[in-house]
Ligand binder design. Structure first.
Ligand SMILES: NC(=O)c1ccc[n+]([C@@H]2O[C@H](COP(=O)([O-])OP(=O)(O)OC[C@H]3O[C@@H](n4cnc5c(N)ncnc54)[C@H](O)[C@@H]3O)[C@@H](O)[C@H]2O)c1
Length: 269
């Protein structure tokens, strides 16, 4: 009998705390029938909130929830191993953890701020996908959507940004970290195609989350960016989650190394 969900496997989401993109991705997996979900975030309280929301929405879902710092390689590999110990495999991995950093031109930015942005957004994303790939390579693929489509050993979606494609003032480190995520996604997509692992990224525009609305200063800082998008509004994290789930699903069986923009038209304007 064919599975009743597009997501019969195991999902892992980093940066899944609170009300951001990662939390909505985790919730979307639950509502779309994924019954084994592992979530992690630096902030233990926000992570518990996401777990509670998943369990309130879909009580049958098994949730592995562990807080930690994805810039710590020991934590990343231990977490991924725990996921496999509990659920036996990793099928859909979404690397969402990220930070915005301060608005500064390069000559004003100190090296520790530069390193902080890159350690989370680029190096942390690479370490997460590296650990996910190490586990995916060991597992048998799941059947394709139809018998004519190839089986899928795993799908990774990295969260980049529209600022990995275009730039804005005073954000050199952030923009570069997100361009790096796009470049890494393409390179890994080439390397792991032969293993039937798909690796794509999503490039959100300005999305209504704690990152963009956490303080009045940030909201004000980003107001001009919202107006650049022809749709003239902030996107919703749910709208990004839908794109992420498509890329993870077997419906995206021939989508590889893509940087899918979900930005209300920001980069075309
Ligand atoms: N919101 C936007 O407008 C927007 C636009 C483009 C890209 N993005 C990207 O989307 C992703 C999610 O952002 P969001 O808007 O949901 O922000 P958010 O702040 O709501 O969520 C990011 C999460 O990452 C976690 N995190 C930060 N550093 C971490 C670390 N070292 N280890 C583990 N977890 C850590 C935070 O605790 C937080 O819960 C980020 O990569 C961000 O750069 C966001």
């Amino acid at each position: 009998m064919p599975p009743t969900t597009l997501f019969p496997g195991v999902a892992v989401v980093t940066g899944a705390g609170g009300v951001g993109i990662g939390a909505h991705v985790a919730l979307a997996f639950a509502t779309e029938g994924c019954s084994r979900i592992a979530i992690t975030d630096l902030n233990a309280d926000l992570l518990q909130q996401t777990k509670a929301k998943i369990q309130a929405t879909a009580p049958q879902v098994e949730v592995l929830c562990e807080s930690g710092d994805i810039t710590n390689s020991q934590f990343v590999s231990t977490f991924m191993k725990r996921v496999v110990d509990k659920f036996n495999r990793i099928d859909y991995a979404v690397n969402c953890a990220g930070i915005l950093g301060q608005d500064e031109r390069s000559h004003e930015m100190d090296i520790s701020s530069f390193d902080a942005v890159n350690n989370v957004n680029y190096r942390g994303c690479w370490m997460s996908s590296r650990a996910e790939l190490q586990e995916m390579l060991k597992q048998e693929p799941l059947p394709g959507l139809t018998p004519s489509r190839p089986a899928q050993r795993g799908a990774i979606v990295n969260i980049a940004s529209q600022l990995g494609i275009v730039s804005r003032p005073k954000a050199a480190a952030y923009c570069a970290s997100k361009s790096a995520v796009i470049g890494m996604t393409r390179a890994d997509a080439i390397d792991y195609s032969k293993d039937n692992i798909r690796i794509n990224c999503v490039c959100p525009g300005v999305i209504r989350t704690a990152m963009t609305t956490g303080t009045d200063e940030v909201t004000e800082r980003l107001a001009p960016a919202v107006r650049i998008a022809p749709m003239d509004r902030m996107g919703l994290p749910e709208e990004v989650a839908d794109a992420v789930l498509f890329l993870c699903s077997p419906k995206a069986s021939f989508v590889q190394g893509h940087a899918m923009v979900v930005d209300g038209g920001y980069i075309i304007n």
